[in-house]
Design a protein around this ligand. Structure first.
Ligand SMILES: Cc1cc2nc3c(=O)[nH]c(=O)nc-3n(C[C@H](O)[C@H](O)[C@H](O)COP(=O)(O)OP(=O)(O)OC[C@H]3O[C@@H](n4cnc5c(N)ncnc54)[C@H](O)[C@@H]3O)c2cc1C
Length: 385
């Protein structure tokens, strides 16, 4: 049940959205301002944390291979990976640094070498090029002429990770209010007046409160929250495209001990349908990329044949009957179909000229990996408290 608030309530910082990004920011701010004992509030429209993008992904700790040099994605992924492995060790969050293979045919050697070079530019120096024999030795079920091995790629239990962030933040006094949907925000001289709908199982209630700092980490609704802030110039709110990715579970014994990725197709919005697994070694394949117009998480069994066809390029013994619809996630893309990939967008005072407001847009992959680094960056820019 949400904590009760009334219109005289006032908080130092309000964070909208309890996905992995909002939770990581709450924890970073609680640590940074531990001595000042600030009132920090995290609002979440759902009954619990992490019900949207943060629980509908591949749960991969990415190395930082693909993103353009100096992009936020590259810098925050590489820094985030380091922080995330440390966090997992320190707080017993289940993870495994199992490594990943990016596989190709002979004619894709050039593209793999380019990827290796790109990774180096991002500070990722541990990729190893493998020939057919070496690849076959570590993954006999694979068909690949050549591969890049990334030893620092891993998998994480994302639910336990988010739970750890919430727990650590709450231990430092952060308030968490589920069932609390932000509906409108007015900018005042002293900060923000936030209007919410408290939408519990039994009753609905409107309430509002004040805060000095506001962080919009509402994921797929970040643009709609931004539009509800009266003084934010509409022209700086980036366009949002929903890009759905479906996953299928493999019904048979997992033949792999590493993650397996094809080379990303330059014209697709994702990294290609890859083989990923959870910490119990349950193998799943996905995600594909489909631009959609609504938040529909249904996975159609009809796609199994198409998935099998794509996966067969590196795992020839796959058959469609071994694929069972699992779940889907939706990417909050800032680039439309066919457009070049967009970077994460973090807007502060220099973009909107509103003191105390930080907005995060387009936090798609590698947002889970980068979460602690994104939080570090956001906490670093909240200084006047
Ligand atoms: C298919 C897919 C695969 C991915 N794979 C990986 C991967 O393997 N590795 C990796 O590093 N990253 C991956 N990512 C990216 C990663 O999952 C995201 O970057 C990250 O989860 C984004 O978290 P978030 O907190 O911004 O969004 P969310 O988790 O969606 O959180 C936003 C929260 O805001 C709440 N909210 C929205 N509007 C309001 C409102 N008005 N009032 C109150 N609350 C509100 C929502 O309910 C939600 O809980 C993947 C993403 C997708 C879609």
């Amino acid at each position: 049940m949400a904590e009760q608030m009334n219109d005289t309530d006032s908080f130092d910082i309000c964070i909208i959205g309890a996905g992995v990004i909002g939770l990581a920011i709450a924890y970073a701010l609680a640590r940074k301002f531990e001595q000042q004992k600030l009132d920090i509030l995290v609002l979440e429209q759902e009954a619990s944390f992490g019900q949207h993008i943060s629980s509908r992904n591949s749960e991969v700790i990415h190395a930082g291979i693909y993103y353009p040099a100096n992009s936020l994605k590259a810098k925050l992924c590489v820094r985030g990976k380091e922080l995330l492995y440390q966090h997992c060790e320190q707080f017993q969050v289940p993870y495994r640094e199992i490594g990943k293979l990016i596989v190709g045919r002979e004619n894709e050697l050039e593209a793999l070498l380019e990827l290796q070079e790109n990774a180096k530019n991002n500070g990722v120096f541990d990729l190893q090029l493998m020939d057919k024999a070496q690849t076959g030795k570590i993954e006999p079920a694979l068909t690949a002429d050549v591969a890049l091995f990334s030893p620092s790629t891993g998998i994480i239990d994302s639910h336990s990770y988010m739970q750890s962030l919430l727990h650590l933040a709450q231990n430092r006094g952060v308030h968490f209010s589920p069932y609390s949907r932000v509906e409108g925000i007015a900018v005042k001289a002293s900060g923000f007046l936030v209007r919410c709908l408290l939408d519990g199982a039994k009753n609905q209630e409107q309430y509002q409160f004040r805060c000095r700092h506001l962080i919009n980490s509402a994921g797929l609704q970040a643009q709609s929250v931004a539009n509800s802030i009266d003084a934010v110039p509409k022209e700086i709110i980036p366009a949002l495209y929903y890009c759905k990715g479906d996953y299928f579970e493999y019904r048979s014994k997992n033949p792999f001990s590493h993650l397996v990725y094809p080379l990303p197709d330059p014209n697709t919005a994702g990294l290609g349908i890859h083989a990923t697994m959870d910490l119990s070694s349950q193998l799943r394949f996905g995600p594909d990329s489909d631009y959609v117009s609504s938040l529909d998480y249904e996975v159609s069994a009809d796609k199994a044949a198409l998935f099998a066809e794509k996966i067969a390029s590196y795992f020839p013994s796959i058959t469609a009957d071994k694929l069972k619809p699992a779940y889907a996630g939706i990417r909050p893309k800032l680039a439309g179909p066919g457009d070049p990939a967009a970077d994460f967008m973090i807007q502060g005072y220099s973009e909107h000229h509103l003191p105390g407001l930080i907005q995060l847009f387009g936090i798609e992959s590698p947002g889970l990996t980068a979460s602690l680094a994104i939080a570090e960056k956001v906490a670093g820019s909240v200084i006047d408290l």
